[in-house]
Write a protein that binds this ligand. Structure first.
Ligand SMILES: [Zn+2]
Length: 288
């Protein structure tokens, strides 16, 4: 499933292709994609729009138009975007929409499981829509260890569940949460509100480090994700614990285990990520 690094990679590749271009023709073949609008209605609304920016917030890709409107694209489980000269993209039974641009290129949207969404919003609707759904943006300057602590304060949920919750922190999913917790040496079932200031600092650094590594490697291709050129990312080769149950921890050589946390299959190192906090307890008292 595409997470922040995958969506950011798509954004960086699409931005130069889209900015300044006009949507000349829009074909939407899957009614689920644009609900509650009808496909024809959404296509008509999009035709003639000129792109002024391509932004990202959490796992949303935001195509901003000169009219002030924006198109929010969420890839969910298996959505992906391809860009190429009109007519050059191979036939695809899972293609759900095609946008023809005024420079003779197409942006095609493919989605096997069909959970992805295209949401067309008016200018005044964008901020309320996003702020109702998304918390802090982890790669911004305002996201500090202290800000992370504030988000987690008083929460009894396991840290794994708290980090998956898009309303506390936007953009992380199963892969990068497991990687960040391993980097930080924090057990996935630790209650989120009980992390010490030292652990919060480590976790903050680890979240940013794991996401930055993912972006640097153009994302992780485990199933359907590909860049808009159709190339895979390479982050899957660099994952330390995700998908590696039974293999040795790259740090301590203990076998990586898999368990259930936050309702998801979770990989962790039982030695580097102890549930009891003995190794770090003397450092600083837990906030009460
Ligand atoms: Zn280990």
């Amino acid at each position: 499933m595409p997470e922040l690094p995958e969506v950011e990679t798509v954004r960086r590749r699409l931005e130069p292709a889209l900015v300044g271009r006009t949507f000349v023709r829009v074909e939407i073949s899957d009614p689920r994609l644009v609900r509650p609008l009808e496909p024809q209605e959404a296509a008509q609304a999009l035709e003639g729009e000129r792109v002024v920016a391509v932004r990202r917030r959490g796992k949303y890709l935001i195509v901003c138009f000169g009219s002030g409107r924006s198109l929010l694209i969420h890839l969910r489980m298996t959505g992906s975007l391809r860009h190429g000269p009109t007519g050059s993209l191979p036939d695809d039974p899972h293609r759900r929409a095609v946008v023809t641009l005024d420079d003779g290129t197409d942006v095609a949207y493919r989605d096997v499981r069909r959970f992805g969404t295209w949401t067309l919003l008016e200018a005044r609707e964008l901020d309320p829509y996003l702020s109702a759904r998304l918390g802090a943006e982890p790669l911004t300057r305002t996201f500090t260890a202290r800000a992370l602590g504030t988000r987690l304060e008083g929460r009894r949920a396991p840290i794994k569940a708290a980090l998956l919750d898009q309303r506390s922190l936007a953009g992380m999913g199963n892969i990068y949460v497991d990687e960040a917790l391993w980097r930080a040496g924090i057990h996935p079932l630790r209650p989120a509100g009980e992390l010490t200031p030292a652990e919060l600092r480590r976790l903050h650094r680890s979240i940013r480090g794991a996401l930055a590594a993912g972006i640097a490697r153009q994302g992780a291709t485990l199933r359907d994700y590909a860049t808009p050129n159709g190339e895979p990312g390479t982050m899957q080769l660099e994952l330390k614990v995700y998908g590696r149950a039974g293999e040795r921890c790259p740090r301590c050589r203990t076998a990586i285990e898999k368990m259930r946390a936050g309702g998801r299959g979770t990989s962790f190192c039982p030695r580097c990520q102890p549930l009891t906090q003995e190794r770090v307890r003397p450092a600083t008292p837990t906030r009460s």
